[in-house]
Write a protein that binds this ligand. Structure first.
Ligand SMILES: Nc1ncnc2c1ncn2[C@@H]1O[C@H](COP(=O)(O)OP(=O)(O)OP(=O)(O)O)[C@@H](O)[C@H]1O
Length: 454
């Protein structure tokens, strides 16, 4: 445990040596200065915890002003260092003035050794705590930077995406509640992060809560926190996400999954701008910007009595609908190129390229899982690729159910092609046997092989 570093500043040499003798055995470092003009440069040289400072330096002057001047200099340059003032004049007014200017304590000459030691120890303790708080704040700031780091870019230039981004830019600086809707994997969270990044709250945290992943019983404590003993597992006080997001942005994903009972709690928190930890009756004010996201139609849930209408009105001051990937035209290829570069680099296959058929296949598919599915498909294809070209066959896209569309036809053809390839593999060189297996004539099989370029 460090015991602390002390700088003693007094123009009286006998005071300096008396303090050096008293303090040196008790602390890590005791440095003495008789000239206060060297004080600030000395503080830059080593990490001090305490300055023991004389109030009057010039002979015959005892207004204490020089001591106050140096005290202010220390506090301005090193606010975490404690300053204890020493004076022979027991002037209460001067003591009050010094304390108001930031002195930690005041000692009268001649001092009692035990009292001096006790004062010095507690002043050093205070300085160490201040230093710890300062370090923690710095760490917190760094952590916030890392957490908010925008390493994910919004890729695309389609008019549909541009429209979304134009709304994002308009609303980001305001504090309005925003509801982001859209299918899974369309980039709702990415857009929420962009709003936070462009907002006046960007130096604070964006805290995300996935309502789909939090169980009903844990949800309340997750969002509002609890005090020790509030329930069996509450072994210590814990802040909820609302408190952690204070001054920043709270992102509630899958808001449509919130139970009716908890919707009321959320509404109350939003209306009152305060929360109460479970087990406490002390309301805590919170200042958050709320962004919610859902892939459900909340108006339909309201009609079915599953979502509170008043909560919907509170969270959807601005609604941003993110278009599905299949409606973003060429963005599919722009994103595909982006993910290809990313994974080609990751898996050390730098010269991988799509051929035209592969691009066509990606363009025609209807991407029910949107950008997330596109990214995964490309990662898989990159991993499995055996040469420098990614072909249509390298993408195993899942069949889509529902009404038959152009894309579904493509899927059916894809499946047909795969079945044919499988049959041909099982009966090498024997087209008749493959046709038998498939339940079609030899000629039909030839026609299909031609069509699929097999
Ligand atoms: N325009 C884009 N450019 C680059 N990456 C994107 C884009 N849109 C989405 N992504 C990426 O796709 C993935 C899914 O995005 P995100 O999680 O934001 O979607 P979501 O709509 O919130 O999904 P869910 O509804 O499943 O929660 C993420 O890895 C995200 O970085």
């Amino acid at each position: 445990m460090p015991k602390g570093n002390i700088l003693v500043v007094d123009d009286n040499k006998s005071v300096l040596s008396a303090l050096e003798i008293l303090l040196s055995p008790e602390f890590d470092k005791v440095e003495c200065l008789s000239n206060p003009n060297l004080l600030i440069s000395e503080l830059r040289k080593a990490p001090y915890h305490l300055v023991l400072l004389d109030m009057n330096f010039k002979a015959g002057v005892n207004t204490g002003n020089e001591g106050i001047y140096w005290l202010q200099q220390i506090k301005e340059n090193h606010p975490e260092i404690s300053v204890v003032l020493i004076t022979a004049y027991g002037d209460v007014e001067l003591a009050v003035k010094a304390l108001k200017s930031g002195a930690t304590d005041f000692v009268l000459k001649p001092w009692e050794n035990s009292k001096m030691l006790a004062t010095v120890k507690s002043a050093i303790q205070l300085s160490m705590s201040r230093q710890e708080v300062k370090n923690l704040k710095l760490r917190e700031k760094e952590l916030k930077k890392v957490i908010n780091q925008d390493e994910k870019f919004i890729i695309g230039s389609s008019p549909e995406l541009m429209q979304v981004l134009s709304i994002v830019r308009k609303v980001a600086k305001t504090d309005t509640n925003i509801l982001i809707t859209g299918e899974n994997g369309t980039g709702k969270e990415l857009v929420a992060r962009e709003i936070h990044r462009l907002s006046n709250r960007s130096s604070e945290m964006m805290v995300s809560v996935d309502m789909g992943a939090v169980s009903e019983s844990l949800f309340e404590s997750e969002l509002f926190g609890h005090v020790k003993g509030a329930f069996t597992d509450a072994r210590e006080n814990r802040a909820g996400k609302f408190e952690v997001a204070n001054k920043g942005t709270l992102f509630l994903d899958e808001i449509g999954n919130l139970s009716f009972h908890l919707q009321a709690k959320l509404l109350a928190a939003l209306q009152n701008r305060e929360i109460t930890r479970i087990g406490s009756n002390q309301p805590i004010p919170v200042d958050i910007r709320l962004i919610c996201a859902t892939n459900k139609n909340l108006s339909e849930l309201v009609e079915k009595g599953l979502f509170r209408e008043d909560l919907l009105y509170r969270i959807n001051t601005i609604q941003i609908e993110i278009p599905p990937l299949r409606e973003r035209g060429n963005d599919i290829l722009v994103l595909a190129d982006f993910f290809l570069k990313k994974y080609a680099y990751k898996y050390d296959k730098p010269s991988l390229k799509f051929n035209n058929q592969a691009q066509e296949k990606l363009l025609k598919y209807n991407w029910p899982g949107n950008i997330r599915e596109l990214e995964h498909s490309i990662e898989k294809a990159v991993i499995l690729s055996e040469n420098n070209v990614l072909k249509a066959d390298d993408f195993f896209l899942r069949p889509v159910s529902g009404n038959k569309t152009e894309n579904d036809t493509l899927k059916l053809e894809e499946m047909e092609k795969r079945l044919i390839m499988l049959a041909l593999e099982k009966t090498p060189g024997n087209v008749s046997a493959a046709a038998d297996q498939l339940g079609i004539t030899r000629q039909t099989l030839y026609n299909k092989m031609k069509k699929f370029g097999l």
